[in-house]
Design a protein around this ligand. Structure first.
Ligand code: AMP
Length: 634
């Protein structure tokens, strides 16, 4: 009988994959184990050393203070994250280096050097000041994935305003709720965004979202279309604000604990919450992982396929790469538009060395098949990193073969994090052997554990339980905006730890496998099985592109499993296919995990950040209220 809180482990992953020698030899972090030990034995010394690589207006008097569950890093220090993103690089030889390479769906390419970016941020920051925005004010940014979106974020941070980016795929209700929750006095938006060649009317959505909201004093509109919409009484032109203001704007002196941004979680499981990150600790932590995990070198080209609407986009499109002085590619629109080979085309054309993407992207590429990657030269790609959802072993294997040349030039790894953690917690580094199905180990500075409901560590290998964090690191979130009780709950449900809400297993060598959200655990005849295990087994069948499973109440077994499946191009649903998939799961995991029902779908419901929404599938299946589905991709 499985103990309460424990999870059965069924999937037998095969073997390890080794980083190519050429990748492992030149990694920045050579001795992972020594680094990890150092970070845990004396975290204050460890993080202080990282912090000393960055610019501070005034140094800290104390590194860390913990008044459970609240904590502070770099007490009494003053800084501004944008000083480290911009000013530093104007004098360190990077002024004329490309900071951003932006790509449009239609093939447009715009390059911004550090020098030019700094000028634009300063101009816009002065523009915001002219509208009366000052330190501590909240500004909502509802912008397409463009340099102007990133400039809006940096300009807010420059003057100490707190930005809250709302993903430009969200609609009226979500935008309005977030403006109200953050009590924003300014909204920065655009006339249009582009996706799959279609124009998204952001201005129309913004108009509806702010209708009757007196708290919004100004709306700044970036008008990119030839046919510029006219501006209403509260509205100001983005470009005009930029051109009318000076290129000089001193970075506001911020306390290291002053909020940098509020970001609402993607809401895989419930009501979005306003996660608050701060200037000081956040810049230190995300910079550290950019250097040591992503291993980006000064002459590398880094591509992050996320969006500024998500935490990954905040940390690894905008802030960390700029702090490190890197060159980052980002691209507006759909990853398979205008053709399924465009992902590979970008790698070849830009000479991309390091990618940060998500399993949903790899599964989509896999669905189109290997004829596309075979048409491009992908040999520049050294390191392919993935986060956001369980990376199914089959998707990893496929990407390893077709994107990384089966280890001839590239290495693919997983990493795990949350909006709350600001950066990665678990991962396989560029010098570490990978274990398909397993994310990797806790990264330096991160003390993770797997516990039962009483908070007791589950020592036994591969008997999983609740994934928790034992100690806050500098880039961990500080609170939930306007709802400190919700923050306290995150640290209060299980004694002495932060509850991630995920379930995980750990093997004898310390590799973690995240098997899904705790809410999605299947309970079949007394066996608690993570959704990811059954889904990965389904995805390992050559006909399957994606899979989601849910538990349905069952009189005898407690729950029975229902699977939802999308097929790879060239396969059709049939009774024979159902039988074949069931037999395949039986072979991979055993009879206990075989879905009693399978349904074929064209697409699976996902959050706008690409995470499968099992909660919605379950609600539909059982005729229940689906709860908050504002984050659902339409
Ligand atoms: P969000 O805060 O919206 O970024 O979502 C965080 C959640 O995404 C985590 O709590 C996990 O459920 C999931 N997640 C992120 N990265 C991974 C990963 N590498 N493997 C499995 N699940 C992941």
């Amino acid at each position: 009988m499985v103990q309460q809180g424990q999870i059965d482990h069924l999937l037998q992953e095969s073997g390890e994959i080794q980083p190519p020698a050429a990748v492992a030899e030149q990694v920045y972090l050579k001795d992972f184990d020594a680094e990890y030990r150092r970070s845990i034995e004396d975290p204050e010394e460890f993080w202080a050393q990282v912090a000393s690589e960055l610019h501070w207006f005034k140094p800290w008097s104390q590194v860390f203070q913990w008044d459970y569950p609240n904590f502070q890093w770099f007490l009494d220090a003053t800084c501004n994250i944008t000083y480290n993103c911009l000013d530093r690089h104007l004098t360190d030889g990077r002024k004329n280096k490309a900071a951003f390479i932006w790509l449009g769906e239609d093939g447009t390419e715009r390059v911004f050097t550090y020098g030019r970016l700094a000028q634009m941020v300063n101009r816009f920051a002065n523009g915001l000041k002219s509208l009366g925005v000052s330190k501590g004010d909240r500004v909502v940014i509802y912008m397409p994935l463009t340099p102007e979106g990133a400039i809006a974020m940096l300009a807010c941070a420059r003057i100490g305003a707190i930005h809250s980016v709302v993903y430009a795929g969200f609609s009226v209700g979500s935008l309005r709720d977030r403006i109200q929750d953050a009590q924003a006095k300014v909204l920065i938006t655009a006339d249009a965004g582009y996706r799959r060649g279609n124009k998204v009317d952001l201005k129309g959505i913004s108009d509806e979202a702010v209708a009757g909201l007196d708290l919004v004093e100004h709306i700044v509109v970036w008008r990119r279309e030839a046919d510029k919409p006219s501006l209403g009484p509260k509205e100001v032109d983005f470009d005009q604000l930029m051109s009318e203001n000076s290129v000089h704007c001193e970075a506001e002196v911020m306390s290291s604990e002053d909020p940098l941004y509020i970001l609402y979680t993607s809401g895989t499981t419930g009501r979005p919450k306003g996660v608050v990150h701060v200037h000081g600790g956040y810049m230190v932590g995300i910079y550290y992982h950019f250097k040591t995990f992503w291993d980006v070198k000064d002459d590398d080209v880094f591509w992050c396929t996320s969006d500024i609407g998500w935490v990954v986009g905040h940390s690894y499109i905008v802030y960390a790469p700029l702090i490190a002085g890197a060159t980052t590619v980002f691209r507006e629109g759909a990853i398979d538009y205008p053709h399924p080979g465009v992902f590979y085309e970008v790698i070849e054309k830009q000479g991309v060395n390091v990618i940060f993407t998500a399993p949903t992207v790899l599964r989509m590429l896999m669905r189109y098949g290997e004829s596309y990657p075979q048409q491009y030269d992908l040999t520049s790609l050294r390191f392919l990193t993935c986060a956001g959802e369980p990376l199914n072993p089959e998707a990893l294997r496929w990407a390893n073969e077709y994107l990384c040349g089966s280890g001839k030039w590239g290495y693919i790894v997983d990493n795990y994090w949350q909006t709350e953690t600001g950066g990665p917690c678990l991962g396989t580094t560029a010098s570490m052997a990978g274990r398909p199905g397993r994310v990797g180990k806790p990264l330096p500075g991160v003390v993770m554990d797997i516990v039962d409901r009483e908070g007791q560590t589950i020592e036994e290998p591969d008997k999983g339980g609740l994934l928790v964090i034992r100690r806050p690191f500098p880039h961990f979130y500080r609170t939930v905006y306007g709802d400190p009780d919700r923050y306290a709950q995150d640290w209060g449900t299980i004694p002495d730890c932060y509850l991630t809400g995920d379930v995980a297993l750990r093997d004898a060598d310390g590799y973690y496998m995240v098997v899904g959200r705790a809410d999605d655990v299947l309970n079949v005849a007394g066996h608690r099985i993570g959704s990811a295990e059954v889904e990965s087994a389904l995805v390992s069948h050559p006909a399957v592109a994606e899979a989601a499973v849910i538990g349905k109440p069952h009189d005898i077994t407690g729950e029975s499993i229902k699977g939802f499946v999308t097929l790879r191009v060239g396969n059709e649903p049939s009774e024979e296919m159902v039988a074949a998939l069931k037999a395949h799961v039986r072979h991979e995991l055993g009879p206990i995990a075989v879905p009693s029902e399978l349904e074929f779908m064209q697409t699976l419901p996902k959050t706008r950040s690409g995470k499968i929404m099992r909660r919605l599938l379950k609600a539909n299946e059982l005729g229940l209220d689906p709860g908050d589905i504002t984050t659902l991709e339409e």
